[in-house]
Ligand binder design. Sequence first.
Ligand code: GLU
Length: 479
Amino acid sequence: MLKDVKTRYAPSPTGYMHIGNLRTALYEYLIAKINNGKFILRIEDTDQERLVEDSVQVIFNALKLVGMNYDEGPYYQSERLDIYAPYAHELVEKGQAYYCFCSKERLEKLKEEQTEKSEFPHYDNNCRYLTKTEIEEKLREGLPYVIRQKMPTEGKTIFEDAVYGQIEVENSELEDQILLKTDGFPTYNFANVIDDHLMEITHVVRGSEYLSSTPKYNLVYQAFGWEVPTYVHLPLILNENGQKLSKRLGDKSFEDLLAEGYLVEAVINFIALLGWNPGGEREFFTLKELETNFTIEGISKSPSVFDKTKLRWMNGEYIRKMSLEEFADLAEEKISSVLGDTLDHKKISVLLQKRVELITDIPDIIRFFLELPEYTLELYNHKKMKTNPEIALESLRLALDLLKELATEDFKEEKLHELLMELAKAKELKNGQLLWPLRVALTGQEQSPGGAIELLDIFGQEESLRRIEIGIDKLVREL
Ligand code: GLU
């Protein structure tokens, strides 16, 4: 365990919780937890053109739903804007940064010229070499300025990333970056570094798209003589077409997944494994379990694929882990949306919990309870059950005779089981030859939650007999 670990989740509010951002938050949180450290929340909202009120709410809600409580914050960069300028001026005094008075027009012209020469557009360090007198004069004239960092012109910037290993860039490739804009407000990168330093962040965890700007961040720390945090860059998340996950491509946000019926716990478990290998067979982890099992060493470099089929499967497994009461509560709204208050919802829940992957699938799965769908005789053919339409007709007639005679109060699972087994035996039918046709007649479907006996119990005598008679008529007509 490391000492005094402090991580931060530093989202720029976008209005939805991107899966990649949620993973970043989760890993930040877990790295704090495994080290008994602190997790803080900082809203990076210096880009104040958009109203962020609702977007911030989205972030709070997501963290709350997951149960990732922060120990400090939320800090808002927009409320800290006065903090940054003095640091930029400090670097000017230290000779690590300079005033740049270049006008917009000049910079645009420079860009044009460079583009024409097929050069990568970059600042030409025009103001880096102004003399003290020149600078004072321009300041006196009240010319607007930005503050730029003096990047080293030779050598390399090298840093160690906890996931990607040693990263090197040639300093000559780095532009003299702007730290403070003409309005006196910091650039995004500058505010990010100053805050990480002031908030004593020890581990910076973020998407690998930031890897290429990290040398620039590093040089800011170096210019101040500050300790550089541990960088933990996370692998890309790709969709099933191999593209980077994005809302624009129709990939789902956290909120979308919840609206589709995914359980928070399943999504978190799934996301934890997007880029982290627990190093064993085990795949199921609650947030609490992750808080002790997570490891930085297990984070992988290679992109991970957001496999929706796996998420669905995992969600189903989480449904299976619920108590029947929890599941029945959760399913109730979906069940009654189709069945109103008819039939026994609790019994239907028992069947559903065994096979449903997503709560939102329930209405389609149970529609047959409300209305017998059209079906073809083909459904009565089943090799493994050794049945076909002819056998089905015989079985349904036998079952009908038996079930008609049964007292309504005996029309219960246990009794039905006993009688039908006896019937099969007496008539030398395999159980499947009796039960498969019954299940088809009751559901009109190849698949359904529950078997014939459970379904008879749920439907009750009257509706069961009605459906069996329909089945017999259909067979008689179509055979
Ligand atoms: N604000 C950045 C984002 O939302 C995060 C940058 C960082 O973690 O350093 O992507």
